[in-house]
Design a protein around this ligand. Structure first.
Ligand SMILES: NC(=O)c1ccc[n+]([C@@H]2O[C@H](COP(=O)([O-])OP(=O)(O)OC[C@H]3O[C@@H](n4cnc5c(N)ncnc54)[C@H](O)[C@@H]3O)[C@@H](O)[C@H]2O)c1
Ligand SMILES: [Zn+2]
Length: 241
C-alpha cells in the first residue's frame, strides 16, 4: 500500500492539471447514506424509484417526503477528512472537482473550483419551469410539504438532476474540459451513473493517469485502484513520505 500511496502522492505533486470526481462514498463517513449501500432504501423504495421526473409526476408528495427526510439527515452531517484533503488539493492551480454529490459538503469544507454535476439538495425550483429563478431553502423540515413555487403557486421540486435527466449545460461543459488533465482521481463512486461514469474513460483516452479510491472494485478501467475508504486513504496521501 505504501508504494502505491507514494506514487499517487508524487503524481499529485508533479501534475499540472488534476481532476477529481467524487460520488456518494466520499460522504459515507459523514453519515450520508450512499444510494447503493446500507441505508440506501427508504420505506422499501429504491432511490431509482423516487429520483425520477415520472415518480414526481405520479406522486410529488411521496418524492418530497423522501427529500425532506434526506435533507434533515444531511443537515446534521459535517465534512470528513476526505472532504478536507480535497479542499487542500483545490488550493493548487489546475485543480477541478466534479462532484455527483448534492449534499454540498465539499463546499462546506472550503473546496474551490467545484463543478456541481447533479445540483444541490438545498436548491428548489419550479416543477413547471414557469420562469421563476431557482432558490435556496435550507429549512428542515420543510413547510408546507410539498413546497410551492412563489411565482406561480404550483409544486416546487428539488434542484437536483434525476435519473433520465440531462446534466446542466455549464456543468457538463466544465466537466468535459476537466477530463483533459494529467491525473484523474475517481473517489467514492460506483461508476454506474452516466454520464458521470464516462468521465474517467474520457480522461484516460486523453492520456491522464487514472486512479480509483473505493473499498469495492467497480469495474471502471483505471491505471491504479486503491481498495480502501476515502477518509483513510486521502489523509495518508497528504502525509505520505
Ligand atoms: N452524498 C450525496 O450527495 C449523495 C448520496 C447518495 C446518492 N447521491 C447521488 O447518487 C447517485 C449515485 O452515484 P454514486 O456513485 O455517487 O453513489 P452510489 O451510492 O452508487 O455508490 C457509492 C460508492 O461509494 C463507495 N463507498 C462506500 N463507502 C466509501 C468510502 N468510505 N470511501 C470511498 N468509497 C466508498 C461504494 O463502494 C460505492 O461504489 C449520484 O447521482 C449522486 O448524485 C448523492
Ligand atoms: Zn413556477
Amino acid at each position: 500500500m505504501r508504494d502505491v500511496l507514494l506514487e499517487v502522492r508524487d503524481r499529485l505533486r508533479s501534475a499540472r492539471r488534476v481532476t477529481v470526481v467524487t460520488g456518494a462514498g466520499v460522504s459515507a463517513a459523514s453519515g450520508v447514506p450512499t444510494f447503493r449501500g446500507a441505508g440506501g432504501l427508504w420505506r422499501n423504495f429504491r432511490p431509482e424509484q423516487l429520483a425520477t421526473p415520472e415518480a414526481f409526476g405520479r406522486n410529488p408528495r411521496l418524492v418530497w417526503e423522501w427529500y425532506d427526510w434526506r435533507r434533515s439527515l444531511i443537515a446534521v452531517c459535517a465534512p470528513n477528512p476526505a472532504h478536507e484533503v480535497i479542499a487542500r488539493w483545490s488550493e493548487s492551480p489546475g485543480f477541478t472537482l466534479v462532484t455527483q454529490n448534492v449534499d454540498v459538503l465539499h463546499e462546506r469544507a472550503g473546496t474551490r473550483n467545484v463543478v456541481r454535476y447533479h445540483g444541490s439538495i438545498w436548491t428548489l425550483k419550479c416543477a413547471t419551469a414557469c420562469g421563476a429563478p431557482d432558490w435556496d431553502d435550507r429549512r428542515v423540515p420543510l413547510e408546507p410539504l410539498p413546497p410551492l413555487c412563489p411565482a406561480c403557486g404550483t409544486f416546487a421540486r428539488p434542484g437536483v438532476v434525476w435519473f433520465g435527466e440531462t446534466i446542466p449545460e455549464s456543468a457538463a461543459r466544465a466537466a468535459a474540459a476537466a477530463t483533459a488533465c494529467d491525473l484523474f482521481l475517481s473517489i467514492g463512486t460506483s461508476s454506474v451513473v452516466y454520464p458521470a461514469a464516462a468521465l474517467v474513460a474520457d480522461a484516460r483516452s486523453y492520456g491522464a493517469f487514472t486512479v480509483e479510491i473505493n473499498p469495492e472494485t467497480t469495474g471502471a478501467a483505471v491505471d491504479l485502484a486503491i481498495a480502501a475508504p476515502a477518509e483513510l486513504v486521502l489523509p495518508r496521501l497528504l502525509n505520505a513520505s
